[in-house]
Design a protein around this ligand. Structure first.
Ligand code: TRP
Length: 373
């Protein structure tokens, strides 16, 4: 068994998601829970749930119990603005948009310009500007303007800060070291930062003057923040936030780890044009095919390690019949690796064409989505 590690600032190795559930102490998304969610969605379960991309949760059954009693929740997620967005970044947001539609609930979206200033070799001007650029990708996904509140930490600091220090007062340095693996060489802003990420998990309750349940869709790497926050929040008189966690979409070069912003060629950026997408997939997408056509026809390919297949399975081919045909044809050798890649290229380019149009249109309305002090 290879080593792997998952923290909010570093994901590496061949991730064993079953082990992660045990290590993080979360609950599995069970078939029973899926059946339950399906009812709210009028029978139409999102592909990311059907195919197990969202695999883990905390207190989701409780959240649905409250919803059934008429105690509606709100959604909270976020983005650390370190650069442009790639397809992997969109995963939790696409799912969050689906949740907003199904449950008709508000969304609070945090851009942690402060975090990326503290943790990266970047200026605050850079991370702040990137937040507004990244917001175009968020808005392009179709969130309801009347129910969606975007903010950067520094532009909303007057509201966030008094709540963050209430959290910070309840967290010791040793808790932070345990949760995040920090040492005495980490800067003290890094120690404080998790308090800022905790605030949107209860801020709407502060503002409403009553407790409102909160559901946080996220990549599972962010869970340590909310493990800490969930210990603190009852001490402040609030509900613990519920969570639903996704696996990572693999980068083009292979299944280990996640799509990485630091390897420009192995990620598909939301602004990539058709030619670039085609070139990258053909050149870099790790193939589960055989070395020669003869061998492939005889022995078949391996969809489990094939990145093009995995992207289709997790995101771009929601039709269960079609994905099964692709799977079976690839395994039998009928479908070649190059043909499989072409299926993905077409799907991906169709998605990006639409996304890029909406992304540009978002420039006109982006200010209307942001809340500031
Ligand atoms: N820290 C996250 C990142 O680096 C951004 C973030 C802020 C976030 N609040 C969140 C992610 C809530 C998920 C849920 O990307």
């Amino acid at each position: 068994m290879k080593e792997f590690s998952v923290t909010p600032w570093d994901v590496k190795g061949d991730i064993d998601y079953d082990k992660l559930i045990v290590e993080f102490g979360t609950q599995r998304v069970t078939p029973e829970l899926l059946e339950r969610i399906k009812k709210y969605a009028k029978g139409d379960l999102h592909v990311m749930l059907r195919r197990g991309l969202f695999f883990s949760q905390r207190d989701l059954p409780w959240l649905l119990d409250e919803y059934d009693k008429g105690n509606k929740f709100y959604l909270y997620t976020g983005r650390g603005p370190t650069g442009p967005c790639h397809i992997g970044h969109l995963v939790p947001w696409i799912f969050t948009k689906w949740l907003q539609d199904v449950f008709d609930v508000p969304l609070y979206f945090q851009f942690t310009d402060d975090e990326k200033f503290l943790f990266k070799d970047m200026t605050l001007e850079q991370t702040h500007a990137l937040a507004y650029e990244n917001a175009l990708d968020v808005i392009a996904l179709g969130f309801d303007k009347k129910k969606t509140y975007l903010f950067t930490d520094t532009d909303y600091a007057k509201t966030l800060y008094p709540q963050a220090i209430r959290v910070a007062k309840r967290i010791t340095a040793s808790t932070i070291k345990g949760a995040f693996g920090f040492t005495d060489t980490n800067n003290i802003g890094e120690f404080f930062f998790t308090s800022m990420q905790a605030v949107p998990a209860f801020l709407p309750s502060v503002q409403a003057g009553r407790n409102i349940p909160c559901l946080i869709p996220m990549g599972v790497d962010q869970d340590p923040h909310f493990r800490v926050a969930r210990d603190v929040m009852p001490k402040l008189g609030y509900y613990k936030p519920a969570a639903i966690h996704s696996r990572f979409i693999p980068g083009l070069e292979g299944m280990a780890g996640k799509m990485s912003a630091s390897h420009a060629d192995t990620a598909i950026w939301t602004t990539d044009d058709e030619k670039t997408v085609e070139k990258k997939i053909k050149k870099y997408a790790f193939s589960g095919g055989r070395d020669t056509i003869e061998e492939h026809r005889k022995l078949g390919g391996d969809p489990n390690v094939d990145v093009a297949y995995q992207w289709l399975y997790m995101l771009f081919e929601p039709d269960d019949k079609k994905i099964k045909t692709i799977h079976d044809d690839y395994v039998s050798g009928k479908l070649l690796s190059g043909e499989l890649k072409m299926i993905l290229i077409e799907k991906l380019n169709a998605f990006l064409k639409d996304h890029q149009k909406k992304r540009e249109a978002a420039r006109k309305v982006v200010d209307q989505f942001f809340i500031k002090d």
